[in-house]
Design a protein around this ligand. Structure first.
Ligand code: PLP
Length: 362
């Protein structure tokens, strides 16, 4: 087991219990951060070094730092949950560590030993454990990321130095007023990812290129954009930053991981628990024509998106440049809700964790 030794610098200006409670009363998502952060540096030849926990605060970087120019960057997202017995746990953090390294390989960035990734989360959560909300459905969102830090504009090689960091942000339940189906816009004008590109990597560049399509979805009166394949703009890939599932009676279908989709850990978890819930999980191809006709024939009863932030979100209606249709009756379907309850149940500890997905932190 690889472990680094972390230098611990506690924050002399850590917020008081009162200030913290005020934030935790209404945390929103990604707006407030805890008192500490993790930083580990990497240099060619020397590897990972200077691991530390330090007060949360701004970075000072040279304007020539390569991440600002060439976007050599990647991130992860997972949550720490306070379970009913009081323990604080993470959900499948080793899966995030493995995905972090697959993203790193694609972005020509150094890999971080999985144990060090998990160790860094543990240290931050232990130190800032008072920031893990106690409110039902709330959690502490963890954001590990890595940036290229070499101050040089040459484009013929990747950066020779990097910084890995973890920050943490208390998060309210995504659906404060109950689970509500979203409306989606089929993007035929823009492409998120193409074969050979970075679609499977959790890198900021994928998001930078997606905002214009998300804005178009909103202009079309929809909540979210649905991405289609790059060649035919016909095969369904993902919804915004979430994976999609299609419910045909007891058949549960999700688009195959072709390299252009982000391999969600929530997606993988749902495929794994589906059989126990009486469903037949399968990976396959779904075209927008099939999506529409199966909704109209009543064969396709529910569609939902899944990801760490919102867990499971029903899709209620679909709109494209030349078509539009409803999914189900516009209310969250029974299969969607059953899967949601099972996953949330495992995360918060009121359903058994039979797969060793729950990683106790403190
Ligand atoms: C992070 C992400 C997901 C969901 O992954 P989870 O591990 O389930 O949170 C899906 N699609 C995209 C584009 C993402 O960035």
């Amino acid at each position: 087991m690889t472990q680094l030794s972390f230098d611990v610098q506690l924050n002399p200006r850590a917020r008081s219990a009162g200030e913290r409670e005020e934030v935790l009363a209404n945390p929103g998502f990604g707006q407030f951060f805890t008192d500490h952060m993790i930083s580990i540096d990497w240099t060619e030849g020397r590897g990972w070094h200077d691991a530390r926990l330090q007060p949360y605060g701004p970075l000072v970087l040279d304007p020539a730092t390569s991440v600002f120019h060439y976007a050599q960057e990647l991130f992860e997202g997972l949550k720490a949950y306070r379970q009913s017995g009081g323990s604080i746990v993470a959900f499948r953090p080793h899966a995030n560590a493995a995905r972090f390294n697959r993203s790193a390989a694609r972005m020509a960035m150094p890999e971080l030993p999985e144990d060090v990734f998990v160790q860094s989360l543990e240290l931050l959560v232990q130190t800032d454990r008072e920031w893990v909300p106690t409110t039902d459905g709330h959690s502490l969102y963890l954001r590990p990321f890595m940036i290229a830090t070499q101050a040089a504009l040459g484009v013929n090689h990747p950066s020779r130095t990097y910084k890995y960091m973890v920050i943490a942000s208390p998060a309210a339940s995504y659906f404060s007023g109950g689970v509500k189906p979203v409306s989606v816009w089929l993007s035929t004008e823009f492409t998120r990812a193409a074969p050979g590109g970075t679609g499977f990597a959790k890198c900021g560049g994928n998001y930078a290129a997606a905002f214009v399509a998300q804005r178009q979805a909103v202009q079309e009166g929809c909540d979210q954009v649905v991405w289609l394949d790059a060649f035919e703009h016909r095969w369904v890939e993902e919804m915004g930053g979430m994976n999609l599932f299609f419910v045909f009676g007891d058949r549960l279908v999700t688009p195959t991981l072709t390299g252009t989709l982000l391999p969600g850990i929530t997606r993988d978890s749902i495929l794994s628990i589906a059989a126990e819930l009486g469903l037949r999980p399968e990976e396959g191809k779904i075209s927008i024509e099939d999506w529409q006709s199966a909704c109209e024939s009543g064969e396709l009863t529910e569609v939902f998106a899944c990801g760490t932030a919102a867990v499971v979100t029903p899709v209620g209606s679909v709109k494209g440049a030349d078509r539009g249709w409803a999914v189900g009756d516009g209310t969250p379907g029974p299969v969607t809700m059953k899967i949601r309850e099972e996953l949330v149940g495992i995360q918060y500890g009121f359903r058994p964790d039979t797969r060793d997905w729950i990683h106790k932190i403190c």
